[in-house]
Design a protein around this ligand. Sequence first.
Ligand SMILES: *Cc1c(COP(=O)(O)O)cnc(C)c1O
Length: 401
Amino acid sequence: MEASQADLAELAKEHLYPNYRQPPIVLVRGRGSELWDAAGRRYLDLYAGIAVSTLGHAHPKLSAAIAKQAEQLIHVSNYFYNEPNARLSAKLCQLAQMDRVFFCNSGTEAIEALLKLARRHFFTKGQTERYRVIAFHNAFHGRTLGALAATGQPKYKDGFGPLPGVTHVAYGDLAAVEAAMGPDVAGVLVEPVQGEGGVLPAPPGFLAGLRALTERHGALLLLDEVQTGVGRTGRFLAAEHDGVQADAVALAKALGGGVPIGAMLCKRHLEDALPPGSHGSTFGGNPLASAAALAVLEVLEEERLLEGAEQKGEHLLAGLQQLQQRHERWVATARGRGLLQALVLRDHVDARAVQEKLRDAGVLLTLAGGQALRFSPALTISNEQIDEALAIVDRTLGGLS
Ligand SMILES: *Cc1c(COP(=O)(O)O)cnc(C)c1O
């Protein structure tokens, strides 16, 4: 007999470590930007597994690439090259305009690699005193102790300290970065749009200012594009909007279209920082994950999803701005870049309750920075689906009291 949704949810609730707060819903199937739960209910997916399911669910080309690779070779470790990984490395370096790529399995690991790269780079140059990193309040960089040290939000860090080695300053404040600079600074780590912090795009000129500042002080510019990268904002990397090239960049979320894979990419001048034995990953870049990422990058080009993200992002933002005007009592502002947008609720609104009402009405969204309803749909979503979701948000906000 098939287990009911309630039975499955109960099973999970009894055994899973309780560090999340799932509703009693078990998702079983998806297609594009639609999801179905074990009770047969349909949802519009406006979060795409937290900006991960780039091509939506069950994209035929991605599913076929994974199935084909699974039948051929899933894993070999980095003791040997593998074909999908070799092809992926070339494609990814070309798209990101970088020279070298290290593969891992998550955003946190990509950030960890970025931080280790920065420290080890100066170590190999004999500048062992250069280890400090400048990062930003509100930043989210991941959950390992290294990535957590760089994260700039107490709610993720409380109880895990001490986490030394990182100085946090206000996002967007170049003067504060300059003041925090010193001969001990290895790099500045920055998100082009603060994602978890509430979908806050960098102010104009900020990234270019950081580029100039790091160059002047002999430090590295390290980009966290884990959430913004792989086309989400309408460019392959979000920093392209500002014409900025970093020394190294971290990617993950969208890269595998749902299959776990992360990447740290860097310029040639950093290629000697992590010699054989100094860093590694058992699973990193394995054939299965690499085949998935390669399929994602191919579909990104075939279906012109970067242009799509830019156009649909404008459509979404225009819709959100209308919602803001119609529901000023509840909505403070709408902001974002490409298909990473937010409707920011006023401080007196219970954002979690709104998120739950939306779910009950059939729209799945995540919260960011407390008050922001974050829209991070698949890049394959249609304007019609965006409109369908916005109509439900409109009705839901209209029903608040
Ligand atoms: C999600 C995220 C991370 C961490 O990625 P995980 O895959 O959860 O480890 C790091 N940086 C940013 C900007 C993110 O959005």
